[in-house]
Ligand binder design. Structure first.
Ligand code: HEC
Length: 176
């Protein structure tokens, strides 16, 4: 049987179209579209109302917030850290390092804990302000940190837990 050039060309076109279509389906199965992309495709319902609730309150002047905070409230907030941290003196490292005496301590300096390169590479101490920024948005403050914690949205929660950390420190810097 002889095929004309046109017939061959047509068949080749059909086959390649089929291949593209087929591989698309296979790709869809193998690589599910991430949730974020789906959401982005969907028409935004009430973006103005929905968004701010997700964003952390901007770190503000920490002094007045600390003055208004209570360590009791901080202990309750600290429940959200417990899965990964201990706080008592000599406590073990868990997913995260022991947090005894962290206020005023150099960053990433707890013996025997294996920090991310990102945090290990950061200079300076955990001042009240630094802690506030870090706890508002860990991944924003230390890009590449392995602390997989979304952050504390409320400035008052952050101040309370920082006060609680301060209560578990040997020689914390004076309150700002
Ligand atoms: C899902 C586990 C997890 C939770 C929850 C978590 N952390 Fe962490 N945290 C980590 C890890 C892991 C690190 C080490 C980060 C790195 O090396 O990048 C860390 C590091 C830290 C550091 C820096 C320690 C240092 O030695 O420099 C502080 C401070 C801290 N966390 C405070 C908190 C507080 C306060 C909370 C609760 C509000 C909390 N973390 C919740 C896992 C967690």
């Amino acid at each position: 049987m002889e095929f004309s050039l046109l017939q061959k060309f047509g068949a080749a076109l059909l086959i390649s179209a089929w291949l593209v279509w087929g591989s698309n389906i296979v790709a869809d199965i193998l690589v599910p579209v991430p949730e974020a992309a789906r959401v982005a495709e969907a028409p935004a319902a009430t973006p103005a109302a929905a968004q701010p609730a997700e964003l952390p309150e901007e770190p503000q002047e920490i002094g007045p917030l600390l003055a208004a905070a209570s360590a009791d409230a901080g202990e309750r907030v600290y429940n959200r850290c417990k899965a990964c941290h201990t706080i008592e003196q000599g406590g073990q490292h868990r997913v995260g390092p022991n947090l005894w005496d962290i206020v005023g301590a150099p960053k990433a300096a707890k013996d025997g804990f294996s920090y991310s390169a990102a945090l290990a590479g950061m200079a300076g101490e955990w001042t009240y302000e630094n802690l506030d920024h870090f706890l508002a948005n860990p991944k924003g403050y230390v890009e590449g940190t392995k602390m997989s914690f979304a952050g504390l949205r409320k400035a008052s929660d952050r101040a309370a837990v920082i006060l609680y950390l301060r209560d578990h420190a040997e020689n914390p810097p004076p309150l700002p």
